[in-house]
Write a new protein. Structure first.
Length: 221
């Protein structure tokens, strides 16, 4: 469904078989790092992660929308979201082979306080009802302008939302699909880009593997 969160059925149980009611406690940084998928978990993809991965830091990571109603759309990829994260782990997920022939997914795992992960996804859904463009500051006061449209969220996780952001100053290389998938009190944010054409969304196999590992980490410390 376009721009809407995809709430999973199944009596409150996720795809890993763990009760989501037991998975609401925020993960520590160490447990979040341990829950990051590896290349072995997703055959056909290479996962390179940890502190210092692409997008983990740097002045452009502090992206802040200039309209409060649109901030839920800049926060998932920002190092300074309105709701501070309890922990953050980043990784790059690429298709095996030459990067220019495939997709790049920046993956950000975030731990949130009880209830705030659901508010992140709900905030995205609400923002997509009224935000189609916004300006955003970054770094030491630079400004970028984005056009936004809803995208189809994957059937994965406890709920999910997705949208396409286009940097209007760089329409050739400045388009990305942002997908946020909630697992209990954690979220996995995927920023999917391609060298050309529609970036599409993250591979479903990757999304489901990451959801399963987050769910397992939440119920088995």
């Amino acid at each position: 469904m376009d721009g809407k969160s995809d709430r999973r059925a199944g009596n409150g149980r996720d795809s890993a078989g763990a009760s989501t009611a037991k998975a609401q406690q925020a993960l520590t940084g160490a447990r979040l790092r341990g829950a990051l998928i590896t290349s072995a978990d997703v055959p056909g993809y290479v996962v390179a992660g940890g502190a210092g991965a692409p997008g983990a830091s740097g002045p452009e990571a502090a992206l802040t929308a200039d309209r409060p109603a649109c901030r839920p759309l800049s926060d998932p990829v920002s190092s300074r979201p309105a709701r501070p994260r309890g922990a953050l782990v980043t990784a790059a997920v690429t298709t095996r082979g030459a990067l220019g022939d495939g997709e790049l997914n920046l993956l950000l795992l975030s731990a949130h306080r009880n209830g705030e992960a659901a508010e992140v996804v709900g905030g995205i859904t609400a923002a997509l009802e009224e935000c189609r463009s916004f300006g955003a500051t970054y770094g030491e006061g630079g400004t970028r302008h984005f056009a936004v449209r809803p995208a189809k969220a994957p059937a994965a996780g406890d709920e999910a939302a997705a949208y396409v952001m286009t940097d209007t100053g760089d329409t050739t290389r400045g388009t990305a699909t942002v997908t946020v998938v909630r697992t209990g009190s954690s979220t996995a944010t995927y920023v999917t880009v391609k060298p050309s054409g529609d970036p599409g969304g993250p591979p479903l196999a990757v999304v489901r593997a990451q959801h399963a590992k987050l769910a397992e980490a939440a119920v088995h410390p």
